[in-house]
Design a protein around this ligand. Structure first.
Ligand SMILES: [Mg+2]
Length: 189
């Protein structure tokens, strides 16, 4: 299976939270993260929401208030991502091809103020794209629970299938880290 070809150590996130609205971003800023690369689908909004709702807007306002520079980083296409990003006024990379490198590289180049990798935090809901991509590029990553599984497309469902295999592997290889991060809760969604 594909998950045996992937380095499981690069699939362990630095942080894990039930969803993005539960994250203590003030604390992350205090830890030294100054820029956020945010996934969109099922991280900020569900797949069937075209534009950010009030809760998402409030969160993004809060991130700016704290002082973060934000880039939206999505594997989805231009017609989905551009209107979304424009409505918020944030730069966005669409068709990022996570877990591959170019999208991450372009995100860093997009930052108004150049940042060291240790100042950048990736936030996303998928182990096999957001986490694996961030770690192989050398960035820290916060994994969040997906907002809704019901509206996911077939390719995301496939990623989830691989994710579950990988979660089992992490549980076996690094049980203490698995417990610390609360990764067991990902099975309950
Ligand atoms: Mg996503």
């Amino acid at each position: 299976m594909i998950h045996y070809l992937i380095d499981w150590k690069k699939c362990i996130p630095d942080y894990h939270e039930p969803d993005i609205f539960a994250v203590d971003f003030e604390n992350l800023y205090a830890k030294g993260y100054k820029a956020l690369l945010l996934d969109i689908d099922n991280t900020l909004v569900t797949y069937d929401e075209d534009l950010p709702g009030e809760k998402t807007r409030a969160l993004l306002d809060e991130l700016e208030r704290i002082g973060f520079e934000v880039v939206l980083l999505s594997n989805n296409n231009r017609s989905r991502i551009e209107p979304f990003a424009l409505s918020l006024g944030f730069p966005a990379i669409f068709r990022a091809k996570k877990p591959f490198r170019p999208g991450f590289k372009r995100s860093l180049d997009t930052l108004e103020r150049p940042r060291e990798k240790h100042e950048v935090l990736v936030v996303g809901d998928q182990l096999m794209t957001d986490v694996y991509g961030a770690k192989r590029f050398g960035l820290s990553v916060l994994l969040v629970g997906p907002l809704s599984l019901e509206t996911e497309r077939w390719y995301t469902r496939f990623n989830r299938f691989v994710e579950r295999k990988m979660l089992r592997r992490i549980k076996k290889k690094a049980p203490e880290r698995y417990d610390e991060l609360g990764l067991e809760s990902r099975w309950k969604r």
